[in-house]
Design a protein around this ligand. Sequence first.
Ligand SMILES: *[C@@H]1O[C@H](CO)[C@@H](O)[C@H](O)[C@H]1NC(C)=O
Ligand SMILES: *[C@@H]1O[C@H](CO)[C@@H](O)[C@H](O)[C@H]1NC(C)=O
Ligand SMILES: *[C@@H]1O[C@H](CO)[C@@H](O)[C@H](O)[C@H]1NC(C)=O
Ligand SMILES: *[C@@H]1O[C@H](CO)[C@@H](O)[C@H](O)[C@H]1NC(C)=O
Length: 264
Amino acid sequence: MRFSLTLALPLVVSGAFVPFVEPADHSHSFVQSGVAPRGRNVTINGVLTYVTLPKNKKFDKSKAVVFLTDVFGLPSIDNPLLADKFADAGFATFVPDYLNGDALPQGGNSTAWRANHTEAHTTPPLLAVISALKKKGFKKIAATGYCFGGLYVTRLVQNNTIAVGSMAHPSALSVPNDFVLAKDQSDVPVHINNAERDTGFTVALAGVTDGVMGDGQYEPGYLRTQFDAVAHGFAVRADPANPVAVAAKQGAFDETIKFFKEHL
Ligand SMILES: *[C@@H]1O[C@H](CO)[C@@H](O)[C@H](O)[C@H]1NC(C)=O
Ligand SMILES: *[C@@H]1O[C@H](CO)[C@@H](O)[C@H](O)[C@H]1NC(C)=O
Ligand SMILES: *[C@@H]1O[C@H](CO)[C@@H](O)[C@H](O)[C@H]1NC(C)=O
Ligand SMILES: *[C@@H]1O[C@H](CO)[C@@H](O)[C@H](O)[C@H]1NC(C)=O
């Protein structure tokens, strides 16, 4: 008893909580009218899921990407369009509605909203979809998560539920605690795309994460790729008039795909 308390205490008290950050530019999507996602909504194990498949039907049916959205969920067109890019890169891609039909509306009160979207609300639909995918033969599952979704990629890593995880500008993590836990119990390679101007997962917290995971300390594999002159949310939405933002969004996607191809 005493022993386990001594071990557990530093994990509880030494972490910084990564605050929830709303992207500055989420009030509108930059997507031009007429652009539409090419996948479709289906129900998997009772959970609404956007499914988008590679155009070449000979894709590897043993691998899938589970895409964990930000708080704006399936109704925000940026999310299914980004999922389509994973399909274009050769992966069957599934976006479970782990927000339970209740994505944060534009201008909604995110503090009040988050009380209805705790891990207890979010985890069951997520795991219902993942277990159905495994039963369908998708033996190796990669997860990619953005902001709110970053926490869930981290949980799936910690629990060894997936084969590889990538997150961009994650929020609501405890740093370094959540990565110490991953190091203690996970076999899953981890990739992080972070933004130089993120006020949540800051460059300083990214450095703390490297202190746990970097330099070969995390044996399953760890890569962090930082994008300069961009802020929280950059991997999901980019103003087409801003070439730096466009390049960063594409760069984050490319790094995630590269990491998945290497580890899946
Ligand atoms: C999927 O469902 C969501 C939530 O109802 C909706 O906002 C979105 O437009 C639907 N997408 C497609 C491709 O039907
Ligand atoms: C948002 O919701 C929180 C919690 O319910 C509440 O304390 C806060 O006053 C609300 N903020 C606004 C701007 O309505
Ligand atoms: C949270 O859920 C409760 C129960 O369903 C509902 O009454 C309340 O309006 C919800 N709050 C928000 C901010 O959506
Ligand atoms: C991971 O495991 C913990 C501890 O068993 C559990 O509470 C949590 O719901 C799991 N989360 C996910 C996303 O699997």
